[in-house]
Design a binder for this molecule. Structure first.
Ligand code: AMP
Ligand code: GLY
Length: 428
């Protein structure tokens, strides 16, 4: 069958790489893709918000399965847009509809969902633009640190942790009164700070049954020892050593089952990935956030550990037959190290030629994120440029492979964190 992946990051390259391994995948398209997906699939220069262009592509290329990578098209209703066309009634789409996508599109909606369905999460209260004074008064009554979250999508930047009431008062003012995150911060969720270790859990659901995919740990801050501003993610590891056995059982019982049941009882027809950002607080899981897609760079360590055919899994998700599928996971460890353009997450240069991409080996996979081909050469085209995944029988072996491969790749002003996995190593 012909398949379309929507997006252009490392996540989408990983999807293309894994889908390509299936005999059922005939023609594979990525819109708009990057220099990595160009080698695995056919790139089509259609932006992710051009729903009409995407629909025309589906007709033109006789596409039967669409996998939506990023959150924005889901929150903006791409599923309904495609499926309401009677000519596309047989199209299979992986990714929730508008209602389900609100779990990521509105933090207030997600909070209400969790409270309603008894899912453990930090205590919170939401304030709108016209409630600035109430919000400031509330900030006088809470304990610190406190977490301020823009309600809407803010490209991963809408969460600010404030250490004291002065900082929180200034920040709430910027968010609510001065549109710090545009429309996204017209409402702000003020949330209790949770102290613990974070991890990401991924669930695939067809609305009835679910499969738990390998969990992963993401390294968000730009600097070593988790210092400096947050990024999209500087590296990841799967499995996560502190999240096995009893803890994962609690996650399934207290978080995953109530989430799937909650979607059902709220009549939300959800077919896609649920990415649950969790905090492990002294052995108990609390939900920090829901995302309605896979994580990036978590996908770069999760999909390489899935042995099952990804086309089968995606079709079963879209068709509602996930309970008939078995999911086989590789017990090995996968690590990924993200190589970024110097300056990211602030200003950075684009268009730098990348060298060392030709050294291939069997133990590593170089997933492209912000890259493109210009005049026959692969150049940087974004902040996060490459995610270099290594696989090994232990975390140390996986990391050794990632870093060895990273050392052979170069461009002007390249930066990467050298401490991915160090915190987990200290825990084991
Ligand atoms: P989010 O955009 O919701 O993923 O939040 C960004 C980061 O803020 C998370 O990865 C956490 O490190 C941190 N964070 C969010 N909510 C909380 C919380 N309630 N307590 C502590 N840290 C949090
Ligand atoms: N790596 C975090 C995310 O994809 O949101």
């Amino acid at each position: 069958m012909n398949i379309l992946v929507i997006g252009s990051g490392g996540r989408e390259h990983t999807f293309a790489w894994k889908l390509r391994q299936s005999k059922k995948c005939k023609n594979l398209y990525v819109a708009p893709g990057n220099a990595g997906t160009e080698n695995t699939a056919t790139n089509v220069a259609i932006p992710i918000d051009d729903f009409e262009g995407i629909k025309n592509l589906i007709f033109d290329k006789d596409i039967s399965l669409v996998i939506v990578g990023p959150e924005a098209p889901l929150v903006n209703g791409i599923r309904a847009y495609l499926l309401q066309d009677p000519r596309l009634k047989d199209l299979r789409v992986v990714g929730p509809g508008t209602e389900g996508a609100k779990l990521e599109g509105s933090k207030d909606y997600a909070k209400n969902f969790m409270v309603k369905h008894g899912i453990p999460t930090a205590h919170s209260q939401t304030f709108g633009k016209d409630q600035l004074e109430e919000a400031k008064n509330y900030l006088k009554s809470v304990s610190y640190p406190i977490v301020l979250k823009a309600d809407g999508l803010a490209a991963g930047k809408g969460v600010i942790i404030c250490q004291d009431v002065e900082e929180a008062t200034l920040t709430i003012d910027k968010m609510l009164a001065h549109s710090m995150f545009g429309q996204a911060s017209e409402r702000v969720v003020i949330e209790q700070f949770l102290k613990g270790i974070e991890l990401s859990v991924f669930v695939l659901t067809d609305g009835h049954s679910y499969k738990i995919l390998p969990e992963a740990k993401d390294y968000k801050p730009i600097g070593e020892n988790n210092t400096g501003p947050n990024t999209g993610g500087m590296g990841s590891i799967s499995p996560v050593n502190f999240a096995q056995g009893e803890f994962l059982r609690k996650v399934e019982e207290r978080v995953i089952i109530p989430t799937i049941n909650g979607l059902k009882s709220d009549h939300i027809d959800y077919k896609g990935f649920v990415f649950i950002g969790l905090m492990n607080v002294e052995g108990d899981p609390y939900v920090i956030e829901y995302n309605v897609r896979m994580g990036d760079p978590e996908t770069e360590v999760v999909l390489p550990r899935i042995k099952s055919d990804l086309v089968d899994l995606m079709l079963a998700t879209a068709e509602g037959s996930l309970s008939e599928i078995s999911l086989e996971i590789d017990p090995k460890t996968a690590s990924t190290v993200v190589m970024v353009a110097g300056g990211y997450p602030d200003d950075y240069e684009k268009g730098m030629p990348i060298s060392g991409l030709d050294n291939t080996d069997d133990n590593t996979i170089v997933f492209h994120a912000g890259t493109k081909t210009a005049h026959g050469q692969i150049v940087t085209n974004g902040g996060r440029v490459l995610a270099v995944t290594g696989i090994g029988t232990s975390m140390l072996e996986a990391l050794e492979k990632s870093y060895e491969r990273v050392s052979k790749i170069h461009w002007n002003n390249v930066y990467f964190r050298k401490d991915i996995g160090h915190d987990l190593n200290a825990l084991s």
